[in-house]
Ligand binder design. Structure first.
Ligand code: PMP
Length: 308
């Protein structure tokens, strides 16, 4: 259950949490075109709060809008600073931000180009997305029967509400079967991503992950991990990945803003490696934690200070 904060930013002004409601005729509620992004702010060792890779998240939000022909009323700069303001107004130093652009009420046909486009920014505290001990013990995943949509059927690079029916159905399917998380194949049979994160595997010291031409969201955490892994001298191969590669991997982990870096200890009842968190996963988790919450200053371009 999300704990209420004070304010939500709606179309340029702050509204009390309980007053930030929408009409049931809201077009996005009916047809699934609402672009959003998920961003984290961290309180670092120096005590100050920083938003992690806010620029990249705002860029992706506007890319999602472009892919869906949504024209936000605000500029990327305005949404960027409203995100920082939302944290300040709520006194939140460590938590999750969700900027969203959606189509309001008015016309009710699927094509409603004159309906007002609204923007909102919500913030809430969000601890471990996949359970408290997921990052330490690893999770059990299952390949879902729901393939990721083909790029010819959907805008797979857009982070839009409608896309998440696929994620939600896959997650429900595997949860009902007793697993923690769903991994999707693409319709070509190759590995795509998890329901809310990207997938990596390690084999003989090399990292593999599906490439950007595959049906995946271009995860900001995925990019962070690739940069950090290469800085550590590892080879990262972006390309096609099969589920056999996952089953036979030494290590598998998932990456996402909410999830961070989550080890996978079992997939489809096959133990991954020795069933414990592997050395590469551990190393990347440590680097990620040091960059986000710690004192590492090697990537100042990734940090936006929230300030008082
Ligand atoms: N894929 C999907 C489907 C997601 O929902 C997410 C979470 N935003 C990701 C990948 C990872 O993206 P990011 O690292 O930017 O959070």
């Amino acid at each position: 259950m999300v704990e209420k904060l004070k304010k939500i930013w709606c179309d340029g002004e702050f509204v009390d949490w309980d007053a930030a409601t929408i009409h049931v005729l809201t077009h996005s509620l009916h047809y699934g075109i609402a672009a959003w992004d998920g961003v984290r702010a961290y309180q670092r060792k120096d005590g100050a709060s920083y938003v992690f890779r806010l620029r990249e998240h705002i860029d992706r939000l506007f890319d999602s809008c472009k892919l869906c022909l949504l024209k936000p009323a605000q500029s990327p700069e305005a949404i960027f600073s409203a995100c920082v303001q939302t944290l300040r107004v709520n006194g939140m130093v460590d938590g999750y931000l969700r900027p969203m652009v959606y189509v309001g009420d008015g016309a009710m046909g699927v094509y409603a180009p004159d309906n007002t486009i609204h923007s909102t920014i919500m913030a809430w505290r969000w601890a471990a997305h996949l359970g408290a001990d997921a990052n330490d013990r690893g999770i059990r995943a299952k390949i879902s029967s729901f393939a990721r949509p083909h790029p010819a059927s959907a805008v797979v690079k857009a982070k839009i509400t409608g896309q998440y029916t696929n994620s939600a159905l896959a997650r429900a399917e595997v949860k009902h079967a007793g697993y923690d998380e769903a991994i999707h194949l693409a319709v070509d049979g190759y590995v795509s991503e998890a329901s809310g994160s990207n997938v990596f595997l390690a084999k003989r010291g090399v990292l593999y992950t599906p490439d950007l031409a595959s049906a995946i969201l271009e995860g900001v955490t995925r990019d962070t991990v690739i940069v950090l892994a290469r800085e550590l001298g590892m080879t990262v191969v972006e390309g096609r990945v099969t589920r056999e590669q996952l089953w036979l991997a030494d290590e598998v982990f998932l990456t996402g803003t909410a999830a961070e870096i989550v080890p996978v200890r079992e997939i489809d009842d096959r133990r991954i490696g020795d069933g414990h968190v592997g050395a590469i996963t551990r190393k990347l988790q440590e680097r990620y934690a040091d960059i986000t919450r710690g004192s590492d200053t090697s990537h100042p371009e990734w940090l936006t200070r929230v300030g008082a």
